[in-house]
Design a protein around this ligand. Structure first.
Ligand SMILES: [Zn+2]
Length: 688
């Protein structure tokens, strides 16, 4: 049972380190594995990925026929206003580790290879267009310096920076590059459009070049709920999400025709040094009008949409609408494959509708990802398509659900109307119609399809073992699978994908029943290769190819160090850490144990008591003179607490050092911490 980690050493650092991986995992660098791995086109590449089959090549060619790929509008828009780009946009951190590497994507050029869906190839090419761009005189964008865009807006005598990217390294390079080509006016404000780290994490890269006078006068404007959501969104589920994010963003894949080509939303996450700053002003209603150095911003508050805290805004003087990430040049996620709470499709669509009407004067749209749209009619039609894609998926999924369709059946049945299908900005480069339709079902119905056989099914491995026995054993299934694999060559293009999907299910059964069966694993890897090559969605491609990679090379040995998140974690409410600690309590091991531990934050003058009983860990804040009745008390500073959590300071060493005070029973303290599981975040996915 490799999925259950029974290791509970008395070390607080690693114990909780993976809790925080979620945000970090969004930002996985591939630099260590991004060397050219083109390999032998007839055989396998250096990571083992096989050549596209004749069936995949034919299916991708047929796919190309269904789309107006010769339409040049997006290419014109992506290049419009180009000012300059760095010769080779490669950004390293202070340790010399590569944080950002655009040249690694230079291979995305020309006709699509058989191993990449042609529609995704097009999107990957568009996302390769990078540099400094003039959106209109006074609004500039840095695109391709990170996963997201940084926008620079001219106020009367200063710059307003919108979304300072993911990491300090990329933000600093992007801003410096802009200032080489634009006038270095003071920076009067920084806007965080929403609580996802690719839109605020690079703040220190900007702060580092501001003068003291600029810093003193700096306004930081964010949607209400920003800090809470930015610092704590998904912390509890961090280890699982970060592990799955490795798949979603192709963390272990090389960049190449048989590897990672981009993420649909942009190129990839920039894994550098993250930070956050407390806003000086919050937006919490629509409309909110703020004047920043003489320039009016009209905000639309859009919480619980693409992000839990988000806003868009309109600039009357420029007649420009910033859609943040509420809208983008692809279908976004109602459900994100790394795992997250399902997003509200109706609210999301409603906000887009509101924006289209409220800001109908807009002649320009620009956003936090991708390239702008110019012209009032085109902006309106872009917004209408974005509005309708989410509502269509919502409404039609519910219609089918109410007719008794299961999630898988809905995903297979739902088709878009021609207007939304042939529109590139609603194509599933990031989210997909299929997995978003399942998200709608999930949001109303949850996991159960109402079929009693699915009420209490046997778990995966047991099902696989029993199924394989009925099928006559692995040899027989592998032989059958090989026959099917050969037959894909003559399958109709629209059936090819189904055949590979079935093969994946079949071979997955063998692998789960016999995880050491190399023949089955390699055959399944080959099938995942083909499914990846056919996928239009970048996360789907990366999921399939990551699955293939791990069948060939195994699960990762190591997660990611959370210490880069320290600046963000220091702003995280302390209670969130206790919640995270509680979900790592090993319930069975805690059977029959009762403990009370007091934690004192000497610098915050705050005390808590952690209470363990009934195998449940809970916490209470203590009033000033309230007794905790604890058998042990741990006194430390908040930064030290965070240091210990991220693993920069080991608890054991710290316990014997001077930075931490223990009163009462050290034994109880150790007993307590030994009950907290250490989550490595490297569990198996394609193996049992
Ligand atoms: Zn984003």
């Amino acid at each position: 049972m490799s999925k259950i980690n029974a290791n509970h050493q008395v070390r607080l650092g690693p114990i909780l380190r993976l809790i925080f991986f979620f945000m970090a995992a969004l930002l996985l660098a591939c630099s260590d594995e991004s060397a050219d791995q083109s390999g032998d086109s007839a055989g396998q590449d250096n990571q083992g990925h096989t050549a596209p089959s004749a069936a995949t090549i034919a299916a991708n060619e047929a796919f190309a026929e269904t789309l107006p790929l010769s339409d040049q509008q997006d290419w014109q828009d992506a290049r419009r206003g180009f000012i300059a780009k760095p010769a080779a946009l490669k950004i390293d951190d202070a340790q010399g580790e590569t944080v950002w590497d655009m040249p690694a994507y230079d291979f995305v050029e020309g006709a699509s290879p058989g191993s990449v869906n042609p529609s995704l190839w097009r999107q990957a090419g568009l996302n390769n267009v990078h540099g400094l761009f003039e959106v209109t005189k006074g609004i500039y964008q840095l695109r391709g310096f990170d996963l997201a865009n940084m926008t620079i807006v001219k106020a009367d005598n200063s710059w307003v920076i919108v979304d300072p990217l993911t990491s300090a390294e990329t933000a600093a390079v992007a801003f410096a590059f802009a200032m080489e080509h634009l006038e270095r006016l003071p920076v009067s404000a920084i806007l965080f459009t929403h609580s996802h780290i690719d839109h605020f994490g690079g703040i220190e890269g900007i702060m580092s070049v501001l003068s003291d006078a600029e810093k003193d006068a700096l306004r930081i404007i964010a949607p209400e709920g920003f800090v809470e959501e930015a610092t704590s969104e998904n912390i509890i589920a961090g280890p699982a999400m970060s592990r799955r994010a490795m798949y979603m963003y192709g963390k272990r894949l090389h960049r190449g025709e048989r590897g990672h080509v981009g993420s649909g939303l942009g190129k990839g996450p920039a894994f550098g040094t993250f930070g956050i700053k407390e806003p000086t002003e919050l937006v919490n209603e629509t409309p909110t009008s703020l004047t920043i150095d003489g320039l009016e911003f009209v905000f639309q508050y859009t919480p619980e949409s693409e992000a839990p805290a988000e806003f868009t805004f309109y600039l009357p003087e420029y007649q420009a609408f910033c859609g943040a990430e509420l809208v983008s040049k692809n279908l976004h996620n109602l459900y994100t494959l790394r795992g997250a709470k399902v997003r509200d499709a109706l609210a999301w669509s409603g906000y887009i509708d509101e924006a289209a009407r409220r800001f109908e004067q807009a002649e320009i749209y620009f956003g936090s990802h991708h390239w702008p749209v110019w012209g009032r009619d085109r902006v309106q039609s872009f917004l209408a398509n974005q509005r309708d894609i989410y509502k269509y998926i919502h409404d039609q999924s519910v219609r089918l659900m109410n007719s008794g369709y299961t999630p898988n059946e809905i995903a297979e049945t739902i088709t878009l109307p021609e207007a939304l299908r042939s529109n590139f900005s609603t194509r599933g480069y990031y989210g997909t119609v299929k997995h978003n339709a399942k998200a709608v079902y999930q949001s109303y119905m949850g996991w159960f399809t109402a079929n009693p056989s699915m009420l209490d099914p046997l778990p995966e491995t047991e099902t696989a073992v029993r199924t394989l026995a009925v099928m006559g054993g692995s040899e027989k299934v592998i032989t059958h699978a090989q026959t099917l694999l050969n037959e894909t060559a003559s399958a109709e293009a629209d059936e090819v994908n189904k055949e590979y999907r079935w093969l994946a299910q079949l071979l997955n059964t063998v692998v789960f029943a016999e995880p050491d069966n190399m023949k089955a694993k390699l055959m399944l890897a080959k099938v995942y290769d083909q499914l990846g090559y056919q996928a239009e969605s970048a996360p789907w491609r990366d999921f399939y190819l990551s699955g293939a990679y791990e069948l060939r090379h195994g699960s990762p040995q190591q997660g990611i160090s959370p210490s880069i998140m320290k600046d963000v974690l220091i702003k995280t409410p302390i209670e969130k850490f206790f919640d995270s600690m509680a979900v790592n309590l090993n319930g069975p091991d805690a059977e029959g144990k009762s403990l009370r531990i007091e934690i004192q934050f000497s610098d915050l003058s705050r005390r808590y008591v952690l209470i363990l009983e009934n195998s449940v860990l809970r916490y209470q804040a203590l009033a000033e003179n309230e007794s905790s009745d604890a058998s042990a008390t741990l006194a430390l500073t908040h930064p030290l607490f965070v240091d210990i959590l991220v693993g920069d300071a080991g608890l054991k060493d710290t316990l014997f050092g001077d930075d931490l005070d223990i009163e009462g029973s050290a034994l109880d303290l150790f007993a307590f911490f030994s009950l907290i599981d250490k989550q490595e975040g490297v569990f198996n996915i394609v193996l049992p």
